[in-house]
Write a new protein. Sequence first.
Length: 106
Amino acid sequence: MSWILLVIAGLLEVAWASVMPSTEGLSRPVPTLAFLALLAASMVALAKATDSIPLGTAYGVWVGIGAVGAALVGIAFHDDPSTPGRIGFLVLLIIAIVGLKVTSGH
């Protein structure tokens, strides 16, 4: 269950990061409220996941899911570059995330 919560926390991180540009510096109330709600939900899920997953592993996986997800959202919806080098490094991040899971002992 903790790993499911951790994945949800990571996906919520992707969501709040994706909403952040639409807040226009936290000046637009509705997107800002969405950003804050998603951020809080991500933190709560991360905190609950660390009840049984080591903090370093949980945090690394959470950040990795967020980084890969935000980069993919940027490529898909914000015209961020999708060069072979960027894609290669995203693949390396995914390998690192899987490695943290496999070696966590949980």
